[in-house]
Design a protein around this ligand. Structure first.
Ligand code: MRU
Length: 361
């Protein structure tokens, strides 16, 4: 995607000595890039959400392994790096998926060739992510074009969190469909949930504005009201982990949108690249680890002063008890369809789209 005329991916190798990323904690107020030159720096960046979004976390994990192999290609360091990266954020399965893929390759690679092989494989995973999300977005764009053809008016989409290009390597998941539909001339308007407490909706707003897609930022609590008033044609979100049965784990608050959608006869779609599907989980509620983040994310809000300086303001005392679960699970029965790189499936038909991946898991 382009930022002020320059094409960016959200992560890129700097030779084989570092990776570059966009510091998402500074957006939308400032666009700044960072160099991560060690596996530990990648772990910190994932934890602090300098980079975020399930697909991007996976690719960053792969580059983290490559940096670890620069540092020490021995078996012990390979295991240490994999464990440290996997623990950085527990919910998005893309991280585990990418780390497992790196580990399998590196374990059978002679030590003196591991660093080179790791950089090559990480670049492959990044390129595959771009292609998967381009293909997935093309299917989603057809869906949006179909809604427009049926209604003859602007398609009203509600989205939650940021499932845009900066949550992936490029294109995005839910927003890939929106960008491609917009580029094909489908008239669209996007209701953007603010997505407290980390306000990823501001990242979505920033992306949509840069791409020229009409949008309106709304408080997280507004979605049900908008759906009751007939102002939403479909809810379209990304995902952090989806089960073979089609249960969708995504940013906290997604479940409430799906409930409101069901009550109002609004379709609910999740855009899901195949590395986000966890074929091993049988019981989404019991088995998917839901990340519990620091309470200060609720006790403070971040913003910008009138002078344009980034700042944060305390809204609750340190003594205020806080719970901060970062994700929730929307059960398959509330999901209309799952948009993947191989097409769109009803939840119960998801596995039939990927017999090869299911069998390999
Ligand atoms: O906590 P985050 O910002 O990493 O959570 C991201 C989300 O929940 C996205 O909706 C999800 O990863 C899909 S992104 C392509």
């Amino acid at each position: 995607m382009k930022v002020e005329g320059i094409h960016y991916r959200s992560i890129w190798p700097i030779g084989t000595r570092a990776v570059g990323i966009i510091d998402q904690t500074r957006l939308p107020y400032a666009f700044a890039t960072l160099e991560l030159a060690s596996c530990a720096a990648v772990v910190d960046a994932i934890r602090a959400m300098k980079l975020r979004g399930a697909p991007l976390i996976g690719v960053a994990g792969a580059y983290g392994m490559a940096l670890a192999m620069n540092e020490d290609p021995g078996d012990a360091n390979l295991a240490r790096a994999q464990a440290a990266l996997a623990a950085a954020r527990p919910t998005a399965v893309n991280l585990r998926w990418a780390l497992d893929r790196m580990q399998v390759l590196l374990a059978r690679t002679p030590r003196n060739e591991r660093a080179r092989a790791a950089w090559r494989e990480a670049a492959c995973i990044a390129d595959e992510d771009v292609e998967i999300n381009r293909a997935l977005g093309a299917h989603g764009a057809k869906l949006l074009a179909g809604v427009h053809a049926r209604t003859g008016r602007t398609v009203e989409v509600l989205t939650h969190c940021n499932a845009g290009w900066m949550a992936t390597v490029d294109y995005g998941t839910a927003l890939s469909a929106i960008y491609q539909a917009h580029d094909a001339g489908v008239p669209l308007h996007v209701w953007v949930d603010e997505t407290r407490p980390r306000n990823q909706g501001l990242l979505t707003a920033w992306e949509l504005a840069a791409h020229g897609v009409p949008y309106t930022l709304v408080a997280d609590n507004a979605g049900g009201h908008l759906m009751q008033r007939g102002r939403v044609d479909l809810v379209l979100v990304g995902a952090d982990r989806v089960t073979a049965a089609g249960d969708v784990c995504n940013k906290i608050g997604t479940y409430l949108k799906a409930l409101a959608a069901r009550d109002n006869g609004v379709a609910f779609y999740a855009a899901v690249p195949s590395p986000t599907i966890d074929w091993t989980v049988r019981d989404a509620f019991a088995e998917i680890p839901i990340e519990e983040r620091d309470g200060d994310e609720l006790r403070f809000v971040a913003g910008r002063t009138d002078a344009g300086e980034g700042t944060r303001v305390r809204i609750a005392d340190a003594a205020v008890p806080v719970a901060n679960p970062a994700f929730d699970v929307t059960p398959a029965q509330l999901v209309t369809g799952i948009i993947t790189e191989r097409g769109i499936a009803a939840p119960r038909e998801l596995a039939a789209l990927f017999p090869d991946l299911r069998a390999a898991a």
